[in-house]
Design a protein around this ligand. Structure first.
Ligand code: F6P
Length: 542
């Protein structure tokens, strides 16, 4: 049993402090300190981070910062940035920060500077993207490529898909970009149903190039292409691969000349700024992609060099620890007030939950404290008309991150002001609520008063940025990547492996032949699984 964390002086002090402040209301915290809004805020890289509407005092923040020191956060950050093999269970460095390092930087893995290779791949991606975008790269029959389909799953899908949606304003509107991930054939069928194979390029994205879903979809894409083009040579014009596994790419039949590589020190969920972002680069163009990388790098540098009390990912991470480990909150809602960030919470779900969903510490001891939270959410204002009721008046404590922008690329009056009015109103309502006295003063009938009372004291972070540009997207993603790292460091877990997804894959591989066999299989599962499989076999042809 891992007890080290809970024995730390700062942890014990936080426990004692929690007992003192747990019932403090944001109403009194604000009433007692007219400057609270400014004092509990930090700003960097055109991101204003207001954390004043959290149930924290100066002492809470001081103790959390002490905790960061006691878990050696500074040394852990340095270890990650310098290429140490901090992914101990897989014996790998963790260097997504090298993917956006400037050309002249030097980051060593096993004594070798990896930055030049990163830039070589970026140049290869840029050349290819420009050729597709300009029409120089043609399909097998000489037609221009108009459709880009990324086939991948998890980190090989969620990042490029989220970022393509987020940066659609910057994309070439003559190109159709789609993303196929699910092994459910519907995903593939719907993605191609209105497309012409002669004008379609598939990007098969898989770090390992062994993932069942991706290879199945890639084979179907191959069949779909050959059904019309009827020549194996067409594959070279309509398929490229993004992978670390040259051997499997060649085995699949894709010319490794048309392969864009990356490295084992890039985790899948940290990879969309590598070649995994090729579909995105084609859509938005290399220049915008480089701007995005510059945004990532700016946040990396902020994280690496800024004192913790002004460091956005550190503050975001520590405040999350406060709710997760002391208030017992189980979830965090991500609420972007920007339709372009429609898939942002789905992206952060993998980033956070696959990283910090761990039950043993770095030494393999079972932890006696909570680790990663459940991440969920959807853009405002849609969420307001769906699940906010529970956040306002339910029985659960749900810390929320509100993300909004001062400018919109679509200034259709009066939309943006209405959107942002809701953005500001929600954090205000959540924090301050409405007392029974205030409800009564409105003339509400007595029987309705309890129902119309808002307790308030619901904590929120506000992340207010100037505008959602490629660079800003990079900054926001890096902010959350590093937040996840801060929390994983406090919990002393490995945020960079994902063994938890293996068992299901192994068992599925065992069941596949049982579903495919013509003969009645000899099922040796439990009584529930046996019955379900038999029922499926009997009814599937109906
Ligand atoms: O779900 C497990 C996982 O390994 C993720 O970590 C990864 O992003 C995804 O599968 C896809 O893996 P690959 O890129 O190797 O196909």
């Amino acid at each position: 049993m891992s007890t080290t964390l809970t024995q730390l002086p700062s942890w014990r002090a936080l426990e004692a402090h929690f007992q003192k402040v747990r019932d403090l209301h944001l109403r009194s915290l604000f009433a007692d300190d007219p400057r609270r809004g400014e004092r509990f805020s930090a700003e960097a890289e055109n991101i204003y981070f207001d954390y004043s509407k959290n149930r924290v005092t100066d002492e809470t923040i001081q103790l959390l910062l002490k905790l960061a020191d006691e878990v050696n956060l500074r040394q852990r950050i340095d270890a990650m940035f310098s290429g140490e093999k901090i992914n101990v269970t897989e014996q790998r460095a963790v260097l997504h920060v090298a993917l956006r390092a400037p050309k002249d930087a030097s980051i060593l893995v096993d004594g070798q500077n990896v930055v030049p290779e990163v830039h070589q791949v970026l140049e290869k991606m840029s050349n290819f993207s420009n050729r597709v975008r300009s029409g120089e790269w043609k399909g097998f029959t000489g037609k221009r490529i108009r459709n880009i389909i990324n086939i991948g799953i998890g980190g090989s899908d969620l990042g490029p898909h989220m970022a393509y949606d987020a940066l659609r304003h910057y994309s070439d509107r003559n190109l159709t970009c789609r993303f196929v991930s699910n092994v459910d054939g519907t995903d593939f069928a719907e993605a191609v149903h209105d497309l012409d194979p002669e004008e379609t390029l598939f990007i098969v994205s898989s770090k390992t190039f062994t993932t069942l879903e991706t290879l199945t979809n890639a084979r179907s894409a191959r069949d779909w292409t050959l059904a019309k083009l009827r020549d194996e040579k067409a594959i070279a014009k309509h398929f490229v691969a993004v992978s670390t596994n040259e051997k499997e790419v060649a085995k699949f039949g894709i010319d490794t000349e048309n392969m864009f590589g990356f490295w084992d020190w890039v985790g899948g969920r940290y990879s969309y700024d590598s070649a995994i972002g090729l579909s995105l680069m084609i859509a938005i163009g290399p220049e915008n992609f480089y701007d995005m990388l510059a945004g990532f790098h700016a946040m990396d540098e902020h994280f690496r060099t800024t004192p913790f009390e002004k460091n956005l990912p550190v503050l975001l991470g520590l405040i999350g620890i406060w709710y997760n480990n002391f208030f017992g909150a189980e979830t965090v809602a991500i609420l972007p007030y920007d339709q372009y960030l429609d898939r942002f919470s789905a992206y952060l779900q993998q980033l956070d939950m696959e990283s910090d969903g761990k039950h043993v510490d770095l030494e393999g001891n079972t932890v006696n404290y909570q680790t990663g939270p459940i991440i969920w959410g959807q853009p405002g204002t849609n969420g307001q008309h769906a699940f906010y009721q529970l956040i306002h008046q339910g029985t659960k404590l749900i810390p929320c991150d509100f993300i909004g922008f001062c400018q919109t690329p679509n200034p259709v009056k009066p939309h943006h002001d209405l959107l942002m009015a809701n953005f500001f109103a929600q954090t205000e309502a959540l924090a301050f609520g409405k007392t029974a006295e205030e409800v009564k003063a409105d003339g509400v009938a007595d029987f309705q008063v309890p129902h119309r009372t808002f307790e308030g004291n619901h904590p929120t972070n506000t992340i207010l940025a100037d505008r959602l540009t490629p660079s800003m997207l990079g900054k926001l993603v890096a902010l959350y990547e590093h937040k996840v790292f801060v929390q994983g460091t406090v919990w002393n877990i490995n945020s960079f492996d994902q063994w938890g997804v293996e068992l299901g894959k192994v068992l599925a591989n065992r069941i596949i032949p049982e579903l495919e066999s013509e003969q009645q299989p000899d099922l040796k599962h439990d009584s529930s699984t046996n019955t379900l499989i038999s029922r499926y076999r009997n009814l599937r042809k109906a």
